[in-house]
Structures are given as C-alpha cells and as structure tokens.
Design a protein around this ligand. Structure first.
Ligand code: ADP
Ligand code: ZN
Ligand code: ZN
Length: 840
C-alpha cells in the first residue's frame, strides 16, 4: 500500500521492500520510483539527496531528491536501485517541496526543472564529481577483466566525469555500481572538482581566558598584575576596546590581535607572556567577505517620517499579508527595512531580503553588514558555488537567520520565515526568462509568505502597475514616504528639445548644447555627472551609404553592433562576432558608416569635448569580471571621476553624495518600444535614473532628458514625479484592452530551424486553443519583433485569461496537453514550445 510518510519519518524495512519517489533534475513531468537497498532505508529521509543511475542503459548518474517513501513498486517499469545517500538530514525542507510542486504547476514546467534551478550546482554532485586513476593502486588481481581493461584506459586519461566514464565503459554499464566497485578496490579516486574554491580568509583574534569573564575574577586579575605594569597595560588596553565590564559576552568575539599591539614592541612580548600564562587565548575566525563587515553594530535613528512609515507598516501587517512601501528615491527605504528586519529577527523568525541582481553587489550590502555583521548570509549569482552551498547549509543550521539575496534566494531552505522584503519590486530582473522555471521572485515570495505565515513588504519609488492596483483594491496595504532624507529635494527635471537644437545646429554629435554646458559647469564645481544611454557598444548599425547594405547576424534577424574598442561587430542575441568590413561586402563601396550610438560612442565623444575629464563607463562590456562592477562604483566614489556613462545598470539603487547632474539620451526609443508595458517601463527607468541626482541636502540636482518630442505626456509625468497620474492613465488603458492586472497572460513561443515547420506547429496550436478558449483569448500566432534567433524561427501565441472568469489551472493543463500532443507528432519533430506564465 502506498503511504505518505511525513518529513523525518523513516520506514521499518526488514520485511517490505521500500520504494522512493524521486525528483530528478530533468524536464520530464513526473517523479521516478527507485528501489531503496536494504540497510539504506533507515537512513533515508524525505528531502535528502541520493545518487541514482539513469538513462536507457544506466549511462547517466544524477543527483535526486527524495519526495516520497512507500511500498508500492511501479507498474510500468522495473525500479532500479538508489546507489548512494548523500544527506543524513533533509537538504530540502517540506516547504521547499511544496514550493517546487507549486512552481511546476503554476509556471508550466516540470518539478525536475525547478529542482535543477533551485539547487546550487555544488549540491548536484553528478555534474561535478570526477573519477581518476589512483596512482597508488596495488591490487590488480582484484579487478574483473572488464575493469582491468577500463582501468588501463583510465590511466591514460585525466580525471573524467561520471558521464565521460560511462561513455568510456560503453553502453549498458551501470556506472554507479562500477564506480563503487572500483572505489572499493582502491583502483580509482573520486573527488569533487570545484571550479572556484572559496578559501576563507582567517583572522587571528585574541580574548581573555574564560576564567576572567566574571567581574570579580577580572578584578582579581588586575590586582595581581599591579606588580607587572606592562602586562596590566595590555589588559587595560584590551578592555578599552572590549568593554566587557558591561557585557561579558563581548569577550567571546575577541579583538583583532593587531589592534592590541599596533604601536609598540613592548606590548607584543607582554601579550605573548599573557597568552603563555593563559590570561589571554588566541583563536581564529573567518573573515567576512566584505571588507568593512566587522564594523560594530551601527545605531540607526529613523527620521520622524521613517519611524511613522515603519509603525504604519507594522500596523497594516495586522490585517494584511502584503504591504507596499511607496517611497520616493532617496527617502531612506533601506533604513525602514533595517528597522523591520531587526524587529522580525528579535522575534525569532527568519528574514529574506530580495534585491535586484545589480544592486546587491554594492553599497546596500555594506550598509546592511554594518548592522547585521556576519549574521547575514549573502546569496549572489556572482559568488562561487561553494559560497552558495555555504549559505544554503547556513540557513539549515541556523547560522543565517537573515539572508539578503537575488531572485534565486527564494529557493533557500527557510522553514520559519517571518518577513520577506522585495526591494525595487518593479524591477524586471526579478523575472527569470530562461531556462524554466520562468518565475517572478516577487510573486514567489508572496507564495512563500503565505505558506509560512510570514509578511511581505514590497518597496519601490515606482511600483509595478499590478502591485499598485492590488494596493488600491485594498488587497495589499499601502504606506507612503514622500520626503527625501535630510531635507534633500527631488531633482529639477528638464526636457531638451533635440529637434530644435538640430535646426539651430547647436547639437554637437549626440550632445545638446544645454547638456554640454551643464556638464562643463558641473565639472568646474567638482561635482559628478551620470549619463544614461540604454544601449551598449559603439553603434547599433553599420550601413553602406551607396547600396544600403547593413551588417546583420548570420544566425539572428538583428543588426550587428559595432564595438570600436575591440574592433568587431557583435550580435547581442547569440554572441556571434565578425571583423569590421573595410568595404561594403555587397557593392565594394568604401562608404561604410555607423548609425546610432551606444555608451562606447558617448564615452569617446565626451573625451574629445572634455579632454581633461575623467570618465568611466559601466555596461555589460565593462563589468564581466567578478568584481568589476564594485571596482567601478568604488572608483566613481573616491577616484576623482567626473562622469559615469552607463546603461540601465546605473539606474539601480546607487547612492552617491556628489552627483548633481544626470543626462538621459534616446528617451524616445524607450517610450516607443512596442510593448503594452513600454510607458510604465519608461517612467520607472527614467524616474529611477533621475533619482541618482541630488541625494544630499544642499544643492538641488538637475536632470536633462534629450527628446525629439517634448510634448509626450509621459515626459510631463516624469518631470512632475506624477506616479499617480501615470497609474491612473495606464490602468484605464489596461482595462480597456484587457491587459494585466485585469487579465493573466501566458505566452507560448514556438521554435524550429525550419520556418515552415515552426509556422505549421504554431498555426495548429493556435487553432486548437482558439477552438477551446474562443478567439478573444488567443492572439496570434505572430512573428515576434526578432523573428529568428540562433537560427530558430520563432512564433508567439499570447493567451489572455480574464481574472475570476476562467479556471486558470484547468486552462494550463489543457494548454500543456495540446503542446504535448504537438511535440509527439512525427511531422513536427524537434519543435520546441516554451510557455511563459505572467510573461514580462
Ligand atoms: P532609497 O532606497 O529610498 O532611495 P536610501 O535608503 O538609499 O534611499 O537612503 C538614501 C540615503 O540617505 C542613504 O545614503 C542613507 O544612508 C541616507 N539615510 C536615509 N535615512 C537615514 C537615517 N535615518 N539616518 C542616516 N542616514 C539615512
Ligand atoms: Zn554597398
Ligand atoms: Zn545572432
């Protein structure tokens, strides 16, 4: 009989055979049943990882997660044995298994795909374990003939992955069994290859021996040292840094040894004596990853407005699970978050603070670390696998009650969340596009909170329309913070009419005279400027003046971007690179010119206009290295830099004291983008980048937006910081055309290398869906803006489902069924169909 065993339960297995239903990290929409070897059943827990053979002839090895234990053999196939148990305790909590199931269903993917993304690869051993011939191997007589032949081969090879070994051994080999046997005979060594090893830096510290922690003992000690003034001096100096008279537990944290004997040699030898006499003891701790992490607990004093916002949020949490903090840029939302995090932690619950990818690498983390020190875990995609595994395990062990992280930190094994914060909740980088699950971290956070009875705080200066709508409907609480910290004011935003400047011939290349003048003045005042152009490279097009030929990607339907510094043409979709042609490949003309401009070109031109200025550029091309982003920020803060040119990277969460001018290029292109969210997006992006200016009291900042069409109403809204006006106008549009939040969207993308097959599949799917759902709910198929990427021809079908009128779950199941049907059609081989739920 099937039995569902709860977490931590094990089976008494002497009589019955035990089976485990496992989640495998593959895109097959079901669990897999394996046999649990005798003796292993006692060890096995739900949520633990195991290693299993997989594939037609056991040719693959996978790490799997135990989802269920029971006694019924599968009917459709012969169950294979689990090879190994990796965890004594669950690595994945019951809440996570629930999350995996929900995500698979909601986002229309498989539970294995969810698991694959959820676990850092350091926890999926099969991809990293390697096998190597053991040079000390001494017992050839133990080997079977087959093993002997294989080992002779292996001896000539470098370390092999399990998969590679499987290939070497030939089809039909049970790789895990083979490895087990070889390891048992000590013929091979299995090890985990770690790409980037995290070797913690240790700091040597010193503290008083436990015996002297009590006040009386300490006094006795000091008295005893009366006759040894140098030693007494050292102890006194220690106490001046570690005021343990007030709280003895401070002693346990100790003091950096170097602080104590910095200034003189004498104290060094006295200290050595004191250590020898066991008055002091030395110990080592891991140095936190961010440099100034050891700064002691900083006191945060909220301003009156911030305190009121914080109280208001707590009050609204009484009746709401989600509260939106709508606070203008520079209002000090982070301070409010810190206050709430402290309250939640002191109540004993876990806290997760989500930040967009880019914001997390910088200033905010340093600020948080001043308050929370090494109690705070950081989960970031630029960290190595080891570091991520460490945070994962730290959450399980209780070392990290508080984690600040990017979208994937919603997968961490929390089981006692009290508060989740989603900072800059409107940010598009919370949405994962590829691979599946195509989830939105804000929405997942709200589900997590629901299961764990936690509260969610969404924060933004420019909330997503969907979020603000929920607040207006009363489903979310709403708290507003409309003052900048320290009496700083919002910047003065002005439009620069580039059409007029062109007529007056006062434009110099991409720069209006107004902008150039302001830049010059700003530099004279030794204040800094930020220039925003959401396009990287030198110029997005290269064209022949004589025959209109343009450089295009061989694999995609896009033009190639000219990158001057590396002197090449690049596709931003597939990475394809080409040399820059000297003459037109079509007509041989030498008049090949570039059209349009990216950040690289702006940087170039600036250097000509202001030869003495120091300019930095921040975009994808300059921030590929692990710490590049941080370095640029630091240099901008301290290196006497005049101008920072960048793409949307510079819009996110940066907080510089000395920036008083922001220039925005090509605003019209953002606004015109053909998408129903373009107006909202432009408002968000332009408001956020404007918000980098004038963040300190004193002089008001200035923002100059270059546009050929200053009349556009969205620009007026931006100037007036009129979010509410924008909201009301946009929400009306959304209602009229039945877009979110009034409907739910599911986008289906059909791909194939043969355009006809792609179209055929798309037509059929659209027809079947239209039949069932009605033509008003199914749009397309339609070629997307870029109809070919990586030699795959694309078609989109958009499904719009009204809220509250449609059983979305049933519709999703139906869509999936139709998709599966097409995928198994022999005529439509190798078509790929991707579903994106709530596509953004
Ligand atoms: P937001 O995220 O709302 O744009 P920040 O949280 O970055 O704003 O705050 C803006 C600046 O004001 C930061 O430099 C922050 O350190 C400072 N600040 C805000 N509130 C306080 C406070 N209560 N005490 C000291 N500094 C504050
Ligand atoms: Zn030509
Ligand atoms: Zn391409």
């Amino acid at each position: 009989e099937t039995a569902d065993y709860s977490l931590f339960s094990t089976l008494d297995t002497d009589e019955v055979t035990v089976f485990a239903d496992l989640i495998l990290p593959i895109p097959v929409p079901r669990l897999f049943t394996y046999r649990v070897p005798r003796g292993m059943a006692d060890l096995l827990r739900i949520g633990a990882r195991v290693i299993v053979p997989f594939g037609k002839k056991n040719s693959r090895v996978l790490t799997a997660i135990v989802a269920k234990l029971h006694n019924s053999p599968p009917t459709a196939y012969q169950a294979r044995y689990i090879s190994e148990v990796l965890d004594e305790y669950p690595l994945v909590t019951g809440y996570q298994l629930e999350l995996f199931r929900w995500m698979a269903e909601y986002y229309m993917c498989t539970i294995g795909e969810v698991m694959n993304i959820a676990l850092p690869s350091g926890l999926k051993i099969s991809s990293q374990s390697k096998v190597q011939y053991n040079p000390d191997f001494d017992y050839p007589e133990l080997l079977t003939d087959f093993e002997a032949v294989l080992l002779a081969e292996l001896k000539k090879q470098p370390a092999l992955s399990y998969d590679e070994l499987g290939r070497l051994a030939g089809e039909g080999t049970n790789v895990p069994a083979l490895i087990k046997s070889l390891v048992g005979k000590q013929a091979v060594i299995v090890f985990e290859e770690v790409k980037e090893k995290y070797i913690p830096k240790m700091v040597r510290k010193i503290r008083l021996h436990r015996n002297y922690e009590e006040r009386e003992q300490l006094l006795v000690l000091l008295q005893r040292l009366e006759k040894l003034p140098k030693q007494q001096e050292v102890v006194m100096r220690y106490l001046s840094h570690v005021p343990m008279q007030r709280s003895p537990e401070l002693n346990q944290k100790g003091l950096d040894k170097t602080i104590l004997n910095q200034d003189d040699e004498l104290s060094q030898s006295s200290l050595a004596t004191l250590v020898k006499n066991q008055v002091f003891e030395t110990f080592e701790v891991i140095q936190p990853r961010f440099a100034d992490a050891h700064v002691p607990q900083a006191e945060i004093r909220l301003t009156e407005y911030q305190q009121r916002a914080s109280d208001d949020i707590m009050a609204q949490f009484e009746s709401r699970n989600v509260v939106l903090l709508h606070g203008i840029t520079g209002s000090g939302k982070t301070e409010v978050y810190i206050n709430l995090i402290q309250q939640a932690l002191s109540g004993g619950s876990q806290v997760l603070y989500l930040l967009p990818e880019i914001a997390l690498t910088t200033q905010i983390v340093v600020r948080l670390q001043r308050v929370f020190g090494d109690k705070m875990g950081i989960y970031h995609s630029k960290f190595s696998d080891n570091e991520r595994v460490e945070v994962w395990k730290g959450v399980i062990s209780g070392r990290y009650q508080f984690v600040v992280g990017v979208r994937s930190s919603v997968f961490l094994p929390f089981d006692n969340l009290g508060l989740l914060i989603v900072d800059e909740e409107h940010e598009t980088s919370y949405k994962q596009h590829d691979p599946a699950p195509r989830y939105h971290a804000r929405d997942v956070a709200i589900m997590l909170a629901h299961w764990q009875q936690a509260k969610v705080l969404l924060g933004s200066a420019t909330p997503a329309l969907e979020t603000y709508y929920q607040a207006k409907q009363g489903r979310y609480g709403l708290v507003e913070l409309f003052n900048r910290f320290g009496n700083a004011t919002l910047p003065d935003i002005r439009l620069v009419d580039t059409k007029r400047e062109k007529q007056q011939k006062s434009m110099k290349q991409e720069f209006s005279s107004v902008l150039l003048e302001s830049l010059g003045q700003n530099m004279e005042r030794r204040e800094q400027s930020i220039l925003f152009q959401n396009r990287r490279g030198y110029s997005p097009y290269m064209q022949c003046e004589d025959c209109d030929w343009t450089a295009e990607c061989d694999n995609c339907a896009v033009s190639l971007t000219y990158h001057q510094r590396d002197a090449e043409l690049r596709c931003h979709y597939c990475g394809h690179k080409e040399q820059v042609p000297r003459t037109c490949p079509a007509c041989g003309s030498t008049k090949v010119k570039t059209i349009g401009f990216g950040t690289e070109k702006l940087e170039d031109q600036l250097q000509i206009f202001f030869p003495d200025s120091k300019i930095l550029r921040m975009d994808l091309d300059t921030t590929r290295a692990k710490n590049a982003y941080q370095q640029i920020i630091q240099e901008f803060e301290t290196g006497g830099i005049d101008i920072l040119v960048g793409t949307q990277m510079i819009t996110k969460g940066l907080d510089f004291d000395n920036v008083s001018l922001v220039g925005i290029f090509d605003a019209d292109r953002l606004i015109r983008f053909p998408d129903f969210r373009a107006t909202e997006r432009s408002f968000q992006m332009l408001t956020q980048v404007s918000g980098r200016a004038g963040r300190r009291a004193g002089r008001q900042g200035t923002v100059l937006i270059q546009t050929a069409n200053p009349q556009q109403s969205i620009l007026q809204r931006i100037i007036q910081n009129d979010y509410i006006g924008l909201y009301e106008e946009e929400i009306q549009e959304r209602q009229n055309f039945n877009y979110p939040p009034f409907s739910r969207l599911i986008k289906l993308t059909i791909r194939h290398t043969d355009k006809r097959i792609s179209q055929q599949a798309a037509d059929r799917l659209a027809a079947e869906l239209t039949d069932a759902l009605g033509s008003s709910r199914v749009l397309g198929p339609e070629e997307p803006l870029i109809e070919r990427i990586r030699n795959q021809f694309l078609y989109d079908i958009l499904i719009k489902l009204e809220r509250d009128k449609v059983n979305v779950k049933a519709v999703k199941a139906f869509i999936q069924e139709r998709i599966n049907d097409i995928l198994t059609d022999k005529g439509l081989r190798q078509v790929s169909i991707v579903a994106d739920v709530d596509c953004l």
